[in-house]
Structures are given as C-alpha cells and as structure tokens.
Design a protein around this ligand. Structure first.
Ligand code: TYM
Length: 329
C-alpha cells in the first residue's frame, strides 16, 4: 500500500482553500493508502507569538480534520511537536542544503514582504518541511499548488542526501512524488487574492449560518449588471464554487451557463453568491454536526493524537536509525 504524508499549519481557522486544496485529497486517499496527516505546530511558531492562541489553533485543526471526515481507523493524525525527531532530521538535511536554495524559496520572500519578521526559522522553514516528509518515507505528498516549491525542495534534498551518503542500490531516502488535485488552481479568498489563514480573506465552512452568508456576500465582483454576459473564469465566486463542487459537477456547469446568459435570462452576482452559500451549507452539513460532537469530546481527541503519534514514531524510529548510521552517528 502506498504511503501518504501531508500537514497543515495551525496558524488560524481552516478555510475552503485548505479543504479544496488539501483535505479533499486526504479524504479520497485514506481508503486505499496508508495516510499520515499532521498539524505543523513547529512551523506555526514562525508566525504565531501567542501561546494560548496557538494551543487553541492546534486543537482546532485536529477537530476540523476529524469533522471533515478523516477517519482515525484509516489514517494517522498527529502533532508535529509529538515527533521531535523531525527537528533532528531538519538539522541533518540542513547540512546538505545549499544556502542558495533557501534564497530561492518564494514563500519566504512573500511572507517577509507581508511584514512577517525575517527569522532564521522562517528562512529554513522548507528544510523542516522536508524533514516532516522524509521522516515517514512517503510515496506521495498531496498539497495545494502553493506548496509545490516546498515539495520540490524536499525531493532535491532527498537526492542530495542520497548522493552524499547512499548508493544506487541503497538510497537513504525514498524520493516522494508531489500530488496536486486535478484542478490545481489556488482557491481565491473574498478579496480575490489567494485564500489564506493569515490574510483575513478566508471562508470558514464552520461559521454560523448568518455570518457565513454575510461573508460570502462580501466576495468582490465587478459592476456588470444582471443582463450582461459574464465570463465565469474571471469571477472569484465561480472559482470558489468550482473548487468546492468540482469543475465537471452538474451544479458547476449549470452555474457557468447562468454566468453566460444575457438579457432577461442574465444573472446578478447576488444569485451566484446565494448558490455558493447553499453549496457550502450542503457540502458541510454532516461535518458541521460532527464538529459540534467532537468539540464536546476532548478525551477522544487525546486518544486519536496518542495513537497517531505512536504510529508516526514507529516509522520515524526506523528512518532515523538508517539516517544516523548513514552520516556516521
Ligand atoms: P498551509 O497550512 O498553508 O496549508 C495547508 C494546505 O492547504 C493548501 N492551501 C490551499 N490550496 C488551495 N487554495 C488555497 N488558497 C490554499 N491555501 C492553502 C496548501 O497548499 C496545503 O496543502 N507548509 C505547509 C504545512 C506543512 C506541510 C509539511 C505540508 C508543513 N510541513 C509537510 C505538507 C507536507 C503549509 O503552510 O500549509
């Protein structure tokens, strides 16, 4: 069975971009793959400076994973700080990683441009991500398109390490494959920019009904009147809808037709927003109910995390023995 690894940073409430870009893939893969999904708590420290808020966000990501439908009997869920071996591996990978490779990482530049302090942790963030991945020997890493460069860096570091310490018959690391969903476009936020936990432009599928509706009504549009034809591909509302329902879904096809219609058959943006609101309520009806139950059952969450960390550590112990021995420790 192929092994899968991915993670999400607890840097704020999960949104439709995280769901469509990443979680949807985890849900599909868990039936016939060995799936490891974790909460990237060490990574969140590159931006989060409030301990209570971080504690809350870490817990919330786990609850949301389970509410979305990750099934702990089919998939291992754990916290990054319950497997500190990844920090040791990050150090070992850092010693084969040319500094110039970090200089090229676009996420660092983007974050610094957004005002996040340029710490050493932020600079070497991709090395820790490579360690998260390589520590469990996965075959595939399902992520959204904004993480593509990080997975490519991981592949490169695995190859460098193999070149330095392995031989062709016995590589130290398996070189994992990137997995993007079919429609790999990033999901835009209510302001039309990439939806992000830290930009305040997200749509949280677990919001109460009224504020959720209000949030969706806030999505930016141009000023075309209902009777004018519209290109769905240029519309933020449509892009979010298509990411969530799927491009080939009948509802998406129908909405695209409504966009193109003209005259008295034309559609106003209010109608498109209402369709998106109904889609979100419909898609997450079960998840919303499950989440209420999960919030009331902290011992269940603790047990899931204990089992997940145990399974991850069992794999990592073997990998770390191999890596330490390869470098001469
Ligand atoms: P993070 O927490 O920013 O995002 C989690 C996942 O959601 C995807 N995603 C999106 N997909 C489509 N449209 C969007 N607007 C959107 N926003 C986020 C991301 O691509 C990601 O798959 N560095 C990672 C966390 C991480 C990790 C790892 C991931 C740490 N170690 C090892 C995989 C493997 C991050 O910040 O993701």
């Amino acid at each position: 069975m192929k092994r899968v690894l991915s993670g999400i940073q607890p840097s704020g409430q999960l949104h439709l971009g995280n769901y469509a870009g990443a979680v949807q893939q985890f849900l599909e893969l868990q039936h016939d793959h060995e799936v490891f999904v974790f909460v990237a708590s060490y990574h969140a420290l590159t931006t989060s400076k409030d301990p209570d808020e971080l504690r809350h966000n870490i817990r919330q990501v786990v609850i949301d994973y389970l509410a979305f439908g990750l099934d702990p009997s089919q998939c291992h869920i754990y916290l990054q700080h319950d497997v500190p071996a990844v920090c040791e591996l990050a150090w070992l990978l850092g010693c084969v990683c040319p500094k110039s490779q970090m200089d090229k990482a676009t996420t660092y530049k983007d974050k610094v441009a957004k005002g996040i302090p340029a710490s050493v942790g932020l600079f070497t963030y991709p090395v820790l991500q490579a360690a998260d991945i390589l520590a469990v020997d996965p075959d595939v890493v399902p992520v959204g398109a904004d993480q593509q460069q990080h997975v490519e860096i991981t592949r490169d570091l695995a190859q460098r390490f193999n070149h330095a310490y392995g031989n062709d018959d016995r590589p130290v690391f398996k070189v994992p494959e990137l997995m993007l969903r079919q429609d790999s476009a990033l999901v835009p936020g209510v302001d039309g920019q990439k939806m992000s936990k830290s930009y305040g432009n997200g749509i949280d599928p677990f919001m109460d009904e009224k504020p959720l509706r209000k949030r969706i009504m806030k999505i930016v549009t141009d000023s075309k009147p209902p009777e004018e034809t519209k290109d769905p591909e240029e519309s933020t509302i449509f892009q979010i809808f298509a990411a969530l329902a799927g491009r080939d879904d009948g509802r998406t096809v129908k909405l695209a037709e409504r966009y193109r219609a003209t005259g008295e058959h034309g559609m106003g943006y209010g109608e498109a927003k209402q369709a998106l609101f109904e889609l979100v309520m419909d898609t997450f009806a079960d998840a919303r109910n499950r989440r209420v139950e999960l919030m009331a059952d902290p011992t269940h969450i603790d047990a899931v995390l204990r089992d997940g960390a145990e399974a991850a550590r069992a794999v990592m112990d073997g990998v770390m023995r191999r890596v330490r021995s390869a470098v001469g420790l």
